[in-house]
Ligand binder design. Sequence first.
Ligand SMILES: NC(=O)N[C@@H](CC(=O)O)C(=O)O
Ligand SMILES: [Zn+2]
Ligand SMILES: [Zn+2]
Length: 347
Amino acid sequence: MTQSLTIARPDDWHLHLRDSAMLKAVLPETARHFDRAIIMPNLVPPVVTGAQAAAYRDRILSALPEEMAFEPLMTLYLTEDTDPADVAAAHTSGLIKAVKLYPAGATTNSASGVGDFDKVRAVLEKMAEIGLPLCVHGEVTDQDIDIFDREAVFIDRVLDPIRRATPGLRVVMEHITTSNGVDYVKSQAADLGATITTHHLIINRNHLLVGGIKPHYYCLPVAKRESHRLALRAAATSGDARFFLGTDSAPHTDPNKESACGCAGCFTATNTMPLLAHVFEEDGALSTLENFVSRNGPAFYRLPVNAGSMTLTKQNAPASFPAKIETEDGPVTVFDPGFDVYWTVDT
Ligand SMILES: NC(=O)N[C@@H](CC(=O)O)C(=O)O
Ligand SMILES: [Zn+2]
Ligand SMILES: [Zn+2]
């Protein structure tokens, strides 16, 4: 007997679309299943001003195949020179839905990020005043902090002090990877949410490192031990409104991944919805999938739930997904969960 599930059309609350040839190749992979996505601003150079975000939005819409509908929800990349008035104007006009904080040096294209948090105080205060969310890549970059501890240390040393100093600031902890992240979100009364990626619900650090290094499982924050993955699974499948999908689908070409110094990022846009149906079914939680992918995100961002619906069907035989997406820059490997997936999205 085939099983099926119909939910409101999902959104992706953390997505890398890149630019130019890569944008053209990866955008349909997201637009096929998602009505909207929060677009990460870590281009080279980064999307810092409202004018740059408007131009990037136009490039995204021009790259969209004619028969597809998709709304890019733009963000600005916070720098120590960001002008609070420019941020406020971009928010008032409806152009941007969030500002993104990268600690300088934390991840791909984060060199222009924030080193001295006092320098962004005025921007954060303006954002608290106007209710504009701050999306945070939550890892410290100190050389003496172990890479597996960087999220937990960030919460204590950076995030909690920022939130205490800026009452009313609405924050999304992006791509949480630890039980510390889950517990911190749950411990706070208001103004805090978290995105969870598809891949962090599926892989732990053993998948990355045991039996040979798997560059396509390398992303930041790096996958942690199994107990953390289980904490993320419990949070995502709980239905709790504070947790929602942000795939962090982050394309890099195969030569850039399969390298002596490989780039961080997993490309999951193509098969995220089938993978999530698999994960939620495995945990006996298909009834909360809609909260995670379609309802909790809009509630946090104070946007309407999408009007359309999506039906997922469990087939009798394993579904097949493309192993790679071809781009003019080279192939991009699609995330391979390492197990058979029977769910497909009905077209
Ligand atoms: N997640 C990643 O491993 N990489 C992202 C950056 C990010 O989200 O930190 C990228 O832009 O490639
Ligand atoms: Zn990040
Ligand atoms: Zn990201």
